[in-house]
Design a protein. Structure first.
Lengths: 267, 271
């Protein structure tokens, strides 16, 4: 399958969304709203739930199922208050020692006048910054699109997984091609060289694993849930065995290692 | 105006000695501009500063020592023509990559300093810049030094794709480590600072200051204008705009930058 076919699958309007996974894998999901600063951004859905009897924090960035829901969810593009809500939930997890499970389907952070006025850059930066030392296990799944810094804000975690036909990229193929080729219509061509598929990112070591979709994800949801369930259970078991300091050191090293560089010999 | 310009254009002076101000569009002698900290002597417009000019502006004479100067990136996506592009930019700019890092004395206070350069592929952040920023923060953490970073960046280095994106977390994590040791980080986003640099270390300073009219934002102006189909006001995403919205501590004139930084260092117990 070409990278572009996967982009189309990731964007498919019938594709399962983060809330579907939460409903299938968690019990007693209780949504908690608001960033306590400005408002409640519905592109980010957060709350508490039981996973296998254990209280966890769940944070998702999601688009909507239809046009009405998409309008409420700003087509899955959070504004600063969305990231600040996520951050508030992360800090609370630390206080109450709940692992954080994050699910991501976003084209990217919102690009709007209001988002700039309220500090979109600062809001994302703060999520990365606090993720560095958040003293609880953190895991992320990219279920659809993982667009740029807007996705990374919730993916600076101990382990990151992707659905087989999800994509994770520096920018949308359209944006990438308009910057590099000065032509947004060459998105298809751009997607093939950008290395945005789950296979490519696994090979580059950006993610820990891939959740198979078995040709048609909608026909095989039970298998997909089963696979995610296994990943989550394994992660919980693994991270519980570690001291928090070890966990944080591993998280730091995970990101520190990306993009190892060459030293030109000293003259 | 025209005659004035002509009077300045002495025929014996080679063209390369003149610079056309982007503000008043008058010609100024490059030497005069340089002597005036790259501020137009006629209208006061700020020209962009390169890494070395920035270091010269704030470091006590002869005290700067570069670290990790030889770090260069790689081509993680095997992006066609990327190595050739880097080599060409290296030759033209005289830089190895888009940031210079090291340490210097500022009014006698030893400080870790990074200065990005928009002449190097718009200061876009790839693995080399991420590595140099993270290493600088770790260096400052190890030696208990305050840290000052001048950013200037169009955002992520597209040619390095997802690896560029990861640099945002890598740099932010290192900044957090430095901060957790109780050390000071002053971020100085300069014209222009946008995208992934704004959404990571540039917005993580204990204190964040900038220069008059510097462009600082997350999304590009044209992207937003395209979405809302309206022209945005001229001061949108300017340093003054950010200060008004609570994201900058102060807008500091270039000629006062060194003394302002020195004062901040002193106020944080710098010796």
């Amino acid at each position: 399958m070409s990278a572009w076919d996967r982009v189309l699958k990731a964007r498919d309007k019938n594709r399962p969304l983060p809330l579907d996974y939460i409903a299938a894998l968690m019990e007693e999901f209780t949504e908690l709203k608001g960033d306590r600063l400005y408002g409640d951004d519905q592109a980010v859905v957060s709350g508490l739930a039981f996973y296998k009897g254990r209280a966890v924090t769940v944070i998702a960035i999601t688009r909507g199922k239809d046009i009405e829901e998409n309008i409420i969810r700003n087509f899955g593009s959070p504004n600063p208050e969305g990231y600040r809500k996520a951050l508030r939930m992360m800090k609370a997890s630390e206080k109450f020692r709940r692992p954080v499970i994050m699910l991501i389907d976003t084209k990217g952070a919102g690009c709007a006048v209001e988002a700039e006025e309220r500090g979109q850059g600062e809001a994302i930066a703060r999520c990365l910054y606090e993720s560095a030392t958040l003293r609880v296990p953190m895991i992320s799944f990219i279920t659809g699109e993982g667009g740029s810094g807007g996705a990374l804000a919730l993916a600076s975690t101990d382990e990151v997984y992707m659905l087989e036909n999800a994509v994770y990229s520096i920018l949308s193929p359209e944006g990438f091609s308009s910057i590099l080729y000065k032509d947004s219509k060459r998105a298809k061509e751009a997607s093939e060289i950008m290395k945005i598929t789950s296979d490519d990112l696994l090979e580059l070591g950006i993610i820990e694993g891939v959740v198979k979709e078995y040709d048609d994800i909608n026909e095989n949801m039970d298998k997909v849930y089963g696979e995610m369930d296994r990943i989550l259970t394994d992660f919980m078991t693994r991270s519980e065995k570690l001291q928090i300091e070890e966990l944080l050191e591993k998280r730091y090293e995970r990101f520190r290692a990306f993009g190892k560089v060459l030293w030109q010999p000293e003259l | 105006m025209l005659t004035e310009d002509r009077a300045e254009l002495k025929p014996s002076v080679p063209e390369g000695m003149w610079h056309k101000c982007k503000g008043c569009e008058k010609l100024v002698l490059k030497e005069d501009l340089k002597r005036n900290s790259l501020i137009c002597p006629k209208c006061g417009t700020y020209e962009r500063m390169g890494s070395w000019e920035r270091i010269e502006l704030i470091a006590d004479k002869g005290t700067f020592r570069e670290i990790n100067g030889n770090i260069v990136g790689r081509n993680p996506l095997d992006f066609p023509g990327y190595e050739t592009k880097i080599e060409k930019v290296q030759q033209v700019s005289g830089l190895n990559e888009g940031v210079i890092t090291g340490y210097a004395d500022i009014g006698g206070i030893r400080t870790a300093v990074g200065a990005m350069d928009s002449n190097f592929i718009m200061g876009s952040m790839g693995s080399a810049i991420g590595e140099k920023i993270a290493s600088l923060a770790e260096f400052a953490e190890f030696y208990n030094l305050p840290l000052i970073i001048f950013s200037a960046s169009g955002g992520a280095r597209m040619q390095e794709g997802i690896v560029s994106l990861m640099q945002m977390s890598k740099a932010s994590f290192a900044i957090k480590k430095h901060s957790d040791k109780g050390l000071l980080f002053i971020s100085v986003p300069t014209d222009p600072t946008t995208g992934g640099v704004t959404a990571s270390f540039a917005m993580l300073g204990d204190i964040i200051i900038s220069e008059p009219k510097a462009l600082i934002g997350f999304a590009g102006r044209r992207v937003i204008e395209g979405t809302i189909r309206k022209k945005l006001p001229e001061d949108f995403q300017s340093a003054e705009f950010l200060m008004q919205h609570g994201f900058l501590d102060a807008v500091v004139k270039r000629k006062e930058m060194k003394s302002y930084l020195h004062k901040l260092l002193l106020l944080h117990g710098g010796k």
